[in-house]
Structures are given as C-alpha cells and as structure tokens.
Design a protein around this ligand. Sequence first.
Ligand code: 5GP
Ligand code: ZN
Length: 118
Amino acid sequence: MTKPCIFCEIAAGRMNAEIVHEDEHVVAFRDIHPQAPVHVLIIPRKHISSMLEIAPEDAELLGHMHLTARKLARDLGIAEGGYRSIFNCGTDAGQTVWHIHLHLMGGRSMGWPPWPGN
Ligand code: 5GP
Ligand code: ZN
C-alpha cells in the first residue's frame, strides 16, 4: 500500500497540526520545524504533488493561496515588517513534502540570495 500523503492527512483532519486558517479550498498550519518566528504552510485541499504539476484550471486556487498568505501575514503580525512566501519545487530547491505548500515566513530579517544559512 502506498503511504498516505501527510498534508492530505492534515487537510482531512486525520493528522494533528496547529491550524491557523481553513476554508473550502485551503488549510494553513504552523510548520513543525519553524525557520522564523512565524512559519506557516498554506496548502490546497486538492492534492498536487509539485509546482511542475499545476494546470491552468489551478490558477484561481493558486491566487487564493497567495491571498491567504496576505491575510495571514496581517493576522499574524508580519505584514508591516515584511514576509517571504515561497514554493520550493523539486529536490534542488529543497522540496521534501510532495503536496504543494506555500511557506509564509516572517518575524526576522532574512538574507538574499538564499544561499545555505539564509
Ligand atoms: P519543503 O522542504 O517541502 O519545502 O517543506 C516542507 C515543510 O513541511 C518543512 O518546513 C517541514 O518542517 C514541514 N513539515 C514536514 N512534516 C510536517 C508535519 O507533519 N507537520 C507540520 N506541521 N509540518 C511538517
Ligand atoms: Zn496530498
């Protein structure tokens, strides 16, 4: 049997996560290993394994994910200071969970470009 996708499990409420937002299309929860004072993952309820797999019909969903990041940045107090919203796509980019997720990070100053350590 193939292993269930952990982010599908979280979206379905079968696995614990500290959820900060959910609606019909997306779920947002705190990253288990936060890399910034605020580090939230925004996922679609629909399983899409990587950003290489998005299709034209997902455009509205992806827009909704970014609008959710903007709302949460305000709600969680990082809108003024600034935040990063990132999709890691593929192994070289550091993708480890194969269900797309938008990282929303803020609450500290971050380096650029994102060499190791930043
Ligand atoms: P990626 O490396 O794929 O861009 O990001 C995956 C993220 O998911 C990592 O930051 C990792 O800490 C987080 N993560 C992995 N497993 C879990 C989990 O079971 N629960 C939560 N809340 N975060 C997880
Ligand atoms: Zn999934």
